[in-house]
Design a protein around this ligand. Sequence first.
Ligand code: ADP
Ligand code: ZN
Ligand code: ZN
Length: 816
Amino acid sequence: MSNPVNCYVEVIVPLSLEGSFTYAVPEEFRDLIKVGIRVEVEFGKSKRYSALVKKIVDATSWKQIKNIIDVLDNQAIVTDKQFALWDWMTEYYLCSLGEIMQAALPASYKLSSETIVLPEIIDLTNLDLTDDEYLILEALEVRKSLSIQDIQTFLQKKSVLKIVKSLMERKLLIIIENLQAQNDIPKVKWIKLHPELQKNQEKFHQALTLVQKNENQTHLLLHYLKEKKDYSWIRQNELLHKSSSNSSVLKSLLKKSIFAIQELEKYIYPDSNFAQPIFELSEIQKTAIEQIKTEWTNKDVCLLKGITGSGKTHIYIQLIKETIAQGKQVLYLLPEIALTTQLVIRLKQYFGDDLLEYHSGISNKNRLAIWNACLNHHSLIMGARSSIFLPFKELGLIIIDEEHDQSYKQIDPAPRYNARDAALILAQDHNAKVILGSATPSLESYYNAINNKYGLIKIDSRYGESQLPEIQVIPLKEAAKFNRIKGHFSIDLLEEIQEQLNLKKQVIIFRNRRGYSPVLRCNNCNWEAVCEQCDIHLTIHKESLHLKCHICGIKKPIPSKCPQCEQNSLKMLGFGTEKIEEELTELFPDFKIQRFDLDAARTKTSQSQILEEFEDGSIQILVGTQMLTKGLDFERVALVGVLQADQILLYPDFRAQERAFQLLTQVSGRSGRREELGKVIIQAYNTNHPVLQDVMQHNFDQFFERELSERERFKYPPFVRIIKIEIRHRKEMVAQHAIEYLTMKLKKTLGKRILGPADSNISRIKGYYSKEIFIKLERNSIIIRKAKILIKQLCQEIKNQEGWSSLRIIIDVDPY
Ligand code: ADP
Ligand code: ZN
Ligand code: ZN
């Protein structure tokens, strides 16, 4: 098929601009042009971009039309099905194709004048290079990093993207984004009985006599033999911890060639450990799978509501196996990368190299590789929300694990999409089946399920002998009255912690606030440490010794006296995870206590490091934020403590109750996941709060009924659709005028559906004043479509008005 003689292309540029842009295709490129490939174009003032061809046309109404400069790909890197999803997203979320392109493509595909490149190998001898290529690499030796604009300048060529692309493909260049994730892949040490001893009985007995004299060495060896009857590999940390041994003992055994050791990258497992474990599904699991399949005959989506620890993962594993056997691809979505580590380890046992993970912690290089693997029909991808953008060929199944989780929603920047909802559209385009899984489904999904839009499958018991934990609520007011409080812990909780630690069990303490203390105030003059850019308090971080704004990230030293009245009267109010860690360290000096929050576990590497140490038992108490509430499966956690549950219940938005129920149920679900009954202790002032009662009784239905009727009464989702519009500007009056104007205009058509305007929850963000309105639309597709068109139009109109072009307008459909 050849392209028309008059050939034009509509392309998407990776910028936050509306619509696509038309360029002419000169004759020389005409036969190379295809939909889905990249071309180099000039956009704006001599800036170069790799733009994506969305459409080929033979006529255009545009007068002054530029030519494309070069063709960058032979084959489409974006498929028709992806474009279909993108089109749906622009319409539904009121965002631009350029914004989606930015979010969807791996960095290496988004070359532009601003892109920064770094050298990958430095040795230039023996490379077959063109002059230009040589010059670039040589320059990189000196400058270490270059922007593509720099390259344009010193090559004195405008068109350099193709050269850069070719160097990248030959692994001579890399793109800078996400460099950190590239470098520090964690390593794990593995130990096993030396293969010589395994083969040779006589040597084995010699070895035993060799260590006999040394009690510690004998102990360690016997422990290993007991633990690994098949002489397979065990993690070094796990072995040392379980045998209460130390590394010098291990060293001696290695020296005597009684043990063998190897160090492997994380996620890579010793061969002998790789034998696919055989598992047998329980009757309950088998029934659930049958029910799912029955539902799938007339519905594409099933909600699997199984309590924490009910064995949902093995149900997924079975369905994934069957889908792969049919030659189709599977996407396994997870809300957070913190979760992938453990699940990847679990699933790798079954799927080996068939399983690829995709999320922000994966290096650019690997992302590109996964993108291409997907195009080539790779079978199983596990990833965070952005993996809905991968170029699947033929999806058979999408699993959306922890479907209720709010991190499926991208809040900033645009596209502000919910990956759970977009995944349903993706599944439709592929004719794929979907499982939404959760112990605490979102109100929206459960509502759809009971209204027969989705199939509903319930599992109400845990797998095996395990039971749901016993939940106890401690009234803080009374505890204080009877002097049964130490720091932020009730004596009951402390006694329980001690007891579990004595039994060699582990403890999780939950506090949903990071830092040491959230407010620094002067007792004398009432001065408070607030951010100069944002309308919030600065949080005290004692470990790194500074005050920090959790919105804009600004850091300041902690003042020693009040900056206003200069008295030594500063006081820290409230408490965060750091403070709790400090208290626990004092209370339980003989145990290892570790924090798990955004500060302590910034990268995926440090996250998995901590989880690994918790898993192998070297950490006994884990203190953390919601990062640790989700999906994690630890064998020895016997107690979960929640400090001040009240704060979780007091968020100022309509999802507060739902979120609190989910959070408390999920964090409780980490306790007692094996034979022995686990325990949960929740400390609260308002112990009568209905959500606490629901959580305590493990009563989802009671919670759901009450919450649903509230939502109906006050008109909230799932009964209406919400669109939030935020207008930001450095000058408060400008933002105020603009939002008032927008409200007035919208009200003409939409009337009472408009709520506001009002200051945003945080009324100033990074120096910008923020005003917002909410639009509540009944669930009527015609009204919703009309409203969306109107909103887009008006927002554009506002931006075009004099003095208002510098407004930031943020449209958020289905906000969280
Ligand atoms: P959920 O995801 O529903 O909270 P999990 O899938 O983590 O629960 O299951 C809880 C525990 O039970 C896990 O440790 C898991 O390995 C184990 N388990 C579940 N089903 C099986 C099975 N069929 N065979 C062996 N172990 C299982
Ligand atoms: Zn003061
Ligand atoms: Zn700030």
